[in-house]
Design a protein around this ligand. Structure first.
Ligand code: ADP
Ligand code: ASP
Ligand code: MG
Length: 421
């Protein structure tokens, strides 16, 4: 069995759907499990619905209607016959959200978020399954919540590997034996049948979970780039494709913030030695990037990773004592509690500095608690630049128009917290 994953960019419009069909045709007759994300930027739009619902600003229904209209608009281009049962299925899924919005929010934000945001993948996969079947490609739609079991850490569901593996072996593997199986990325289900999400951009991870549990021969994620490049082309104009990477190098790259693959994707694949192909959905014949256990030709040229929207927080005890273990344990405890994701840290005698993703909804309550006990200094609007396999010239070029606030070097990696002039 092969696992294919198509992200939001690949199915953002009718042309995208047709392109996915044409790629799948090249593999007809093979056992393929297809993992699919929500259309385009739907997840962002659904996040807006949730925020608006909790802010009680009266816009939630309108925002939801916009999402609904976009879906029906696209559906009518794919399947013009509005008596097709997919229309009713889509309608019913959106109505579930209407029901949530009817009442005042009484459950936790994260729980409601998952119940609402998860419908993006439910509707996109229903549309794609109907479209493929109508186009003559026999496709079985499966609800991923029936076999990816998570705990109830909403917005960051932790996979229960044992149960998930059992269910995938029992349900998904047999289904894939004859024809294409299509399911949702990004979401899972709890033991009580509630929806969870696995963290933003989590569909790559879903593909890896399924591949691991099914013992798949390979995973291919189809992207809007030719493969993994040595830098994000959005920030670096001369980025070049890397033909081959080891699991180890890829884990490092994604850990530091290369968003082309979700960082949790690689470990399960590495564990079962399942190769990962990153290929362009715009040029399916091109070779893309192969990621496997072979470390012989790992990139020796510099690899640049830029994390925008960073905050640098410097903490020192109010009583002029040293920044010792006890203090650090307390600070890490607060970080974990508020789910603040730090990306780099450095400590000195009486201060501890770290750079974190500046997600206000998490960082603000964290800073508030932190300031009760410590003197806190904050620098916002920063970037974290990581250069793997760095050399003098690359560092110089990259720091030309940037002020460096914090720097850390190991043999292979340099990390710089910078402000752009
Ligand atoms: P998906 O459609 O699967 O959600 P994403 O948009 O999440 O795809 O990932 C593809 C994007 O990742 C590219 O458009 C590119 O801007 C970005 N990216 C970041 N780092 C890299 C890199 N090193 N190589 C290629 N693409 C990268
Ligand atoms: N649709 C989800 C998101 O945008 C998951 C994914 O695309 O991987 O975060
Ligand atoms: Mg994505």
């Amino acid at each position: 069995m092969k696992v294919f994953k198509f992200g939001g960019a690949s199915i953002k419009d009718a042309e995208g759907f047709r392109n996915v069909l044409s790629i799948l045709k090249k593999f007809s007759g093979q056992e393929i499990v297809l993992v699919v994300s929500a259309l385009g930027k739907t997840t962002n739009a659904l996040e807006e619905v949730v925020h608006s619902y909790f802010e009680r600003n009266g816009n939630a229904n309108q925002l939801l209607n916009e999402v609904r209209e976009k879906h029906f608009d696209l559906l009518s281009k794919l399947i013009p016959d509005s008596s097709h049962k997919v229309y009713e299925e889509l309608n019913n899924t959106f109505i579930e959200v209407d029901w949530i919005l009817e009442d005042e929010p009484s459950e936790s934000f994260d729980y409601i978020y998952d119940q609402i945001v998860s419908i993006g993948e439910m509707v996109s996969t229903k549309m794609l399954a109907a479209f493929l079947n109508e186009s003559g490609m026999k496709t079985k739609w499966r609800d991923v919540r029936d076999f990816i079991r998570t705990d109830n850490t909403y917005r960051e569901g932790k996979v229960d590997w044992k149960i998930t593996e059992k269910k995938i072996q029992a349900q998904l593997v047999p289904a894939s034996k004859n024809g294409l199986v299509l399911t949702q990325g990004f979401i899972g289900g709890t033991s009580e049948n509630f929806s969870t999400t696995l963290g933003r951009e989590g569909s790559d991870y879903t593909a890896a979970v399924i591949a691991y549990c099914a013992g798949a021969e390979s995973v291919t994620i189809w992207k809007d780039v030719p493969g993994v490049l040595n830098a994000d082309p959005r920030y670096f104009s001369d980025a070049k494709k890397i033909d081959h990477l080891s699991f180890k190098e890829t884990i490092e790259m994604t850990f530091y913030g290369a968003t082309v693959i979700h960082p949790k994707t690689i470990k399960p694949l590495q564990n079962k030695n399942i190769p990962l192909h990153v290929k362009s959905f715009l040029n399916a014949e091109a070779s893309g990037t192969v990621i496997d256990s072979d470390m012989n030709d790992d990139a020796r040229t510099p690899v640049l990773v830029l994390k925008p929207e960073q905050i640098l927080i410097s903490v020192s005890p109010k009583d002029f004592s040293f920044m010792a273990e006890e203090q650090l344990a307390k600070i890490f405890g607060m970080m974990a509690k508020h789910r603040v994701k730090f990306n780099m840290m450095q400590n000195a005698a009486i201060s501890f500095s770290f750079c974190a993703d500046d997600a206000k909804e998490r960082v603000n309550p964290f800073l508030e608690e932190l300031s009760n006990e410590y003197k806190v200094l904050v620098n916002e609007g920063l970037e974290l630049l990581t250069i793997r396999h760095y050399d003098e010239q690359t560092v110089q070029t990259q720091t030309q128009r940037r002020e460096i606030l914090l720097e850390q070097k190991t043999r292979n990696t340099i990390q710089l917290v910078v402000r752009r002039f």
